[in-house]
Design a protein around this ligand. Structure first.
Ligand code: 5AD
Length: 349
């Protein structure tokens, strides 16, 4: 048996490896190793979730952002971005549409847009929960104060997605301006977990300057945080950002890491992300075959989707949302999985 297979087996059995072992695995895996990790990870997903895939309806509520992340297409310095903000009524309309289409989780994602004060957001969350009491509300609104997270939780929000982006403070500095710190990011994640949100962290794979050692740190950081959700996807350059000339992250690395994450966190809710589907035609299906169990189709109105461009050529940005959902569902069924109408909460039993 190859050394890497032995490491993958041990990762499955013990749920962790040392940093040096992770670095060795990430920097030397072969395509056979990747297929092996995927088959082990798939077996774990099947044991825990059966062949069920949870769909989340993603609503991109605003592309205004006060931050200036060097990788992101909606950074404030991108003067070419056409800015938009959905109204609370637009968002409720998306939920109504999404509910009819079988979604039981709504993910409200946006740039860090100061218009969305705690009061406005809390009012919206209460309205959604009043109209769709059996649905979960996930927020993905970036860094806020602990008080703000508490207010939104008390209003009824169930989950919060906030990628840590990179667990290495020096790498974090290369991806963000001085005023954005890993320290505050981690403070946010700890507050979210402490308050009781089902919390998601995650990172990009192949972001500029990233090394195998940093990816290993990301895996170790995830293990320490014990999040309920983990989102990873390949970096994809956006033409109006400082990182426009960097190469995209590798799809193979992303798939391999998805498998490692599944082996380290058997119960975690792990999406096959839009970025993966953008980087490769059947990326989301491959993600499921590598151990993912969640897909987040976009249910934003067409006009919003066109403008919520975090990276170039985003998949689903132009097609009708009901159609793209059905197409995706068929593709998932074709690989032997079933899309369920369920909140799909985190469970450990
Ligand atoms: N490529 C891939 N992912 C990106 N994100 C932002 N910009 C890009 C990009 N150019 C990811 C970040 C963020 C999430 C919402 O989207 O990780 O947390």
């Amino acid at each position: 048996m190859s050394d890497n297979r032995a490491l993958i087996d041990r990762l499955e059995k013990e749920g962790e490896l040392s940093k040096d072992e992770l670095i060795a695995l990430i920097s030397s895996y072969s395509s056979e190793d990747r297929a092996y990790a995927a088959s082990r990870a798939r077996a774990v997903s099947l044991r825990i979730f059966g062949n069920k895939i949870y769909f989340r309806g993603l609503i991109e509520i605003s592309n205004y952002c006060k931050n200036d992340c060097y990788y992101c297409g909606i950074r404030k310095s991108n003067k070419n971005a056409e800015r938009y903000r959905l109204s609370p009524e637009d968002i409720l309309q998306c939920c109504r549409y999404g509910y009819e289409a079988g979604f039981r989780t709504f993910v409200l994602q946006g740039g860090e847009d100061p218009w969305w004060t705690d009061e406005r957001m809390a009012t919206l969350i209460k309205k959604i929960k009043a109209e769709f009491s059996e649905c979960a509300v996930t927020l993905s609104l970036g860094e806020r104060s602990r008080e703000s997270y508490q207010i939104l939780f008390d209003a009824g929000a169930d989950r919060y997605l906030l990628r840590h982006e990179t667990a290495d403070p020096c790498h974090y500095k290369k991806l963000h301006p001085e005023c954005q710190t890993l320290e505050n990011r981690m403070r946010c994640l700890k507050d979210l977990i402490d308050i009781g949100y089902q919390t998601g962290c995650g990172c990009m794979v192949g972001s500029p300057y990233q090394t195998a050692a940093q990816l290993s740190e990301d895996l170790i950081c995830m293990k320490k945080l014990r999040p309920q959700m983990i989102g990873i996807g390949p970096f994809i350059p956006h033409k109006y950002t400082p990182f426009k000339d960097f190469p995209a992250g590798s799809v193979e690395d992303t798939l391999f890491l998805l498998s490692l994450i599944r082996l380290m966190h058997p119960h975690v809710l792990l999406p096959a992300t839009t970025a993966l589907g953008t980087a490769m035609e059947d990326g989301r299906e491959q993600g499921i075959l590598a151990g993912a169990n969640v897909v987040m189709p976009n249910i934003s109105p067409y006009e919003a989707r066109k403008r919520y461009m975090l990276y170039d050529k985003k998949v689903d940005a132009s097609s009708d949302s009901l159609k793209s959902r059905l197409v995706l569902q068929e593709k998932i069924e074709a690989i032997g999985y079933e899309v369920v109408t369920d909140r799909g909460d985190y469970r450990e039993e």
